[in-house]
Design a protein around this ligand. Structure first.
Ligand code: GLN
Length: 326
């Protein structure tokens, strides 16, 4: 291994120098696109609703925004898709904005150790979901939003439009309706938590909000732009507006690192080294605080509900750019 004396701390340590100046981000994502394309043939397309089942596994889009305004894209980065559980980051942000640290009276901060829609932990832990990103947690977050916002759906949509700087994005109501038709597990979770007193609004209202948030349609480009507040200490780079405090942004990133990919979060942290959130629509958005946000969309997912080509792409991205939190 080659090491060089570090100028600033030359009396004490040797620091490995990394040459970031010559980085060609567009070239890197084009190379990654070619390398991971074969992985889009692996895994399954979420087929619990027709609107997801009909999406072609050939899609692969990569989008990178840095906080200084640079943008890079390749493949189907402009095609809207169902963001599904990625929406849990937006809804949690709204709940966190509304009641701050009080959210932890109703939610945990630990990895779940179970699948994203599991019921088992809820009974052992008296109706308190392990974290805001499993379905049970997102239902409690939806309940907090219903109790604290006058026009919850409208305000949720306005919020995502604001952070993505995209006033055209919308819910796909057909997806929301099929989610509702097939959402028996989510209904079971919500009723179960209601019985523990951790859902306070009518279960039907909480479920409707949750199904609607999952049915938001966004492109990889919109998603990577909309996560920039998490890469920029809680502030929107395009407007300067503070969405979260520095400490809240740090904490939300910590939560994503620990549980953003459900039961595969440890493996993802090991391979990629970034806080991230996935959805069964095949999207993954990852954040490198103080630098960039990156979104991959590749619809085929593994048994944990995470995009296979997406993880492959992000692993390569942090390796080739040598930029991750570790
Ligand atoms: N709508 C899906 C569900 O509730 C979202 C799950 C996901 O993206 N992991 O089951």
């Amino acid at each position: 291994m080659k090491v060089y004396p570090d100028d600033e701390h030359s009396s004490i340590i040797f620091v490995r120098k990394i040459n970031k100046k010559s980085m060609d981000c567009q070239g890197i994502i084009e190379r990654i696109y070619k390398e991971v394309k074969p992985f889009t043939a692996e895994g399954i397309i979420a087929d619990y609703i027709p609107a997801l089942a009909g999406v072609s596994r050939d899609n692969l889009g990569i989008s990178v925004h840095d906080i200084k305004g640079e943008f890079y894209g390749v493949g189907q980065y402009q095609v809207p898709f169902s963001i599904q559980s990625i929406s849990k980051v937006f809804s949690f942000t709204l709940a966190y904005e509304a009641i701050g640290e009080e959210v932890w009276q109703r939610l945990g901060k630990e990895p779940s150790g179970t699948s994203f829609n599991s019921l088992v932990q809820i009974e052992h832990e008296y109706g308190i979901p392990r974290n805001p990103f499993i379905n049970a947690g997102a239902l409690v977050v939806a309940d907090i939003i219903l109790s604290n916002y006058k026009y919850p759906w409208r305000q949720f949509l306005d919020f995502v439009r604001k952070v993505s700087n995209d006033s055209a994005l919308n819910f796909d109501e057909e997806v929301a309706a099929s989610e509702k038709e097939t959402g028996h597990r989510n209904a079971a979770l919500a009723h179960f938590m209601y019985s523990f007193g951790n859902i306070k609004n009518p279960v039907e209202d909480v479920l409707n909000f949750y199904f609607m948030q999952c049915a938001l349609e966004m492109s990889a480009e919109s998603l990577s732009r909309s996560f920039l507040y998490l890469a920029n200490h809680g502030v929107l780079p395009h407007s300067g507006e503070e969405i979260l405090t520095i400490s809240q942004a740090k904490r939300l990133n910590a939560l994503m690192l620990m549980s953003g990919l459900y039961n595969e979060s440890g493996e993802f942290a090991y391979r990629v080294g970034l806080p991230a959130k996935s959805g069964v629509g095949g999207g993954i958005v990852a954040v490198y605080p103080r630098h960039y946000s990156v979104c991959i969309w590749a619809p085929a997912i593994n048994e944990y509900g995470n995009s296979i080509a997406g993880i492959e792409a992000l692993q390569r991205f942090t390796s080739y750019t040598q930029m991750s939190v570790f």
